[in-house]
Design a binder for this molecule. Structure first.
Ligand code: NAD
Length: 345
């Protein structure tokens, strides 16, 4: 039986993989993968990792020396993996789409909560406080929402927004000619939107795409939602703008320094990261800890596709969900064409 070292394992992962796995000996490891913990993969044929594992050059070289042949990401984003360093050493596979609905619906949940302040109402009525002062929102019908990134998740989010009767502006490096939406430049989107939701990947081009300059181009009183990747927003600039009253609301499911914070319980600990502490302290900010993906359907898909990716790899055939340094040209850089009948190396 092939062995899989499964890093950053959570109870819900273990329940799901134990339910569907029959072919692999899985060693669940609580720690995240990093150069410091890579030795825990000794004896494993593959590692299975998630969004905050650090799969850099150093980690990859250690895994390679240990004989690990495959990095199986149980997520879509792969900004935490040095794809170039892995080329010709270790294959990489991912789960490109496990439930785009889960993430799009969570983005809408954040937007609705921020607008209608149901999180505050919940706390008030639990305390038998039935005062509604300060809970005023606005009709989303007829308002303009800007959607950055119109891929799988962005498209579903756009459909949800259409159901609300919103005007939709979209920005994408690769606009989809078949999508019934008005594409505009990023500047136009920023300056005309009442609400903005980010659905593009983290790449060198999108890192800190939302910074003090782009925030300045937004309307005052805008609501900003990010369920994509934290480092698309410069959090220091965001905090500064929040303090200056720029935003009506900010909903974040991701945070650029989330690696050592999210998914853990620090309720009894002093958090050293002042930025997240100050963000959480703002009355118009909601932070969820990278949970947008967390639905029954998404977890089942993640598990089944990851196990299928492992099967394909160990059966020696082409890999449907390969990420590879050789594949640079598509809309998603490094995403290999599913038409390919061979592995990238
Ligand atoms: P996708 O690849 O289907 O779509 C991404 C879109 O972004 C594409 O249309 C692409 O052309 C566009 N894009 C790329 N670079 C861009 C740029 N510089 N400017 C504007 N647009 C650009 O991806 P998806 O499945 O829709 O997922 C989007 C992102 O959501 C992922 O990259 C991931 O980071 C994030 N995600 C978050 C969670 C979560 O739980 N919070 C779960 C899954 C995915």
């Amino acid at each position: 039986m092939k062995k899989v070292a499964f890093f950053d394992a959570k109870e819900y992962d273990m329940r799901s993989f134990d339910r569907y796995n029959t072919n692999y000996e899985i060693k669940y490891i609580k720690q995240k993968l990093s150069p410091q913990t890579a030795y825990l993969a000794e004896g494993a044929d593959a590692v299975c990792v998630f969004v905050n594992d650090i799969v850099n050059d150093e980690t990859i070289n250690i895994l390679h020396k240990l004989g690990v042949q495959l990095i199986a990401l149980r997520c879509a984003g792969f900004n935490n993996v040095d794809v170039k360093a892995a080329y010709k050493k270790i294959h990489i596979v991912r789960v490109p789409a496990y439930s785009p609905y889960a993430v799009a619906e969570h983005a809408m949940a954040l937007l609705l909560t921020l607008n209608r302040k149901t999180h505050k109402a919940y706390r008030r009525t639990r305390d038998f406080n039935f005062n509604i002062d300060g809970l005023q929102g606005f009709d989303m019908y007829g308002k303009t929402i800007g959607v950055i990134g119109t891929g799988r998740i962005g498209k579903i989010f756009i459909n949800i927004c259409k159901g609300f009767g919103m005007n939709i502006l979209a920005y994408d490096l690769y606009p989809d000619p078949n999508l019934d939406v008005q594409y505009v430049t990023l500047d136009e989107l920023l300056s005309q939107s009442d609400m903005i939701s980010i659905h593009c990947p983290l790449t060198p081009e999108t890192k800190y795409m939302i910074n003090k300059n782009t925030i300045a181009k937004m309307k005052d009183d805008v609501i900003l939602i990010n369920t994509s990747r934290g480092a698309i927003i410069n959090s220091r600039d965001l905090l500064e703008a929040l303090k200056n009253g720029k935003f009506r609301g900010v909903g974040l499911d991701v945070y650029d320094e989330e690696t050592n914070i999210f998914f853990e319980d620090y309720s009894d600990t002093i958090i050293e990261d002042d930025i997240i502490t100050l963000l959480i302290a703002q009355p118009n900010v909601i932070i969820t800890s990278h949970q947008a993906f967390l639905t029954d359907e998404a977890l089942a898909n993640i598990t089944q596709v990851t196990l299928k990716n492992l099967d394909q790899f160990f059966e020696g055939g082409p890999l449907d969900n390969q990420i590879c340094y050789r594949c640079q040209d598509g809309p998603v850089r490094f995403e290999c064409s599913t038409q390919r009948k061979e592995r990238c190396f």
